[in-house]
Design a protein around this ligand. Structure first.
Ligand SMILES: O=C(CO)[C@H](O)[C@H](O)COP(=O)(O)O
Length: 199
């Protein structure tokens, strides 16, 4: 049995003036997917980019790379169709940002994207449970959403095991991103294996 962890670099702390190049650099260094942070200045005190940039990235990078859109926005319902049309593969919204997660999950599925469900550090992991059977990925945040390069909140570790890892600055700012990605993948795969064998 293979124990696999996927690594998705966050582009937040990359050179955003060269975003296409930065994404290609990560994929060439072994990234399994790209974690694209969308911020609207309301849900978080920061602004990044929206679906027009995603459309350009899709044209630039081709059909293959998997785009996971981390939607740190206050009205996630609003951007489902535009993100699907722009070429996003997965739409990860925040549980805290909607009053009707079930409806939003349905909307995302109907648009043809996979569904990700994120929680902020202050949200109990138990709140994910009712939706666990309906989503493709749960994102347990280990920093407050809004900025890259923050200190990792170790007290989030008991919340979940993980088989998809988002890392931004550590990968992007490394002189050897390939080794960092490989290290993250190996450490996580070993931890998953140990956890499975301990059960
Ligand atoms: O969601 C995010 C911030 O809201 C980032 O994607 C996440 O923090 C990863 O970046 P870094 O490793 O630089 O902290």
């Amino acid at each position: 049995m293979a124990y696999v962890a996927k690594i998705g670099p966050s582009i937040l702390n990359s050179d955003l003036a060269c975003l296409g190049h930065e994404c290609t650099r990560m994929l060439d260094c072994g990234a399994d997917y790209l974690h694209l942070d969308v911020m609207d200045g309301h849900f978080v005190p920061n602004i990044t980019f929206g679906h027009p940039v995603v459309e350009c990235l899709r044209k630039n990078l081709g059909a293959d790379p998997f785009f996971d859109m981390h939607m740190m926005v206050s009205r996630p319902e609003q951007w489902v169709q535009p993100m699907a049309a722009a070429g996003a593969n997965q739409y990860t919204f925040h549980l805290e940002a909607t009053t009707n997660p079930g409806n939003l999950i349905k909307q995302i599925r109907e648009s043809g994207m996979k569904v990700g469900l994120a929680i902020k550090p202050g949200t109990l992991v138990e709140e994910l449970a009712p939706w666990a059977g309906q989503v493709d990925m749960a994102l347990v945040m280990t920093v407050e959403p809004g900025f890259g390069g923050q200190k990792f909140m170790e007290d989030m570790m008991p919340k979940a095991g993980a088989n998809m890892i988002v890392s931004g600055s550590a990968v992007m700012k490394s002189e050897d991103p390939r080794s960092v990605i490989a290290l993250l993948r190996n450490v996580c795969a070993e931890a998953i294996q140990k956890r499975c064998l301990d059960r």
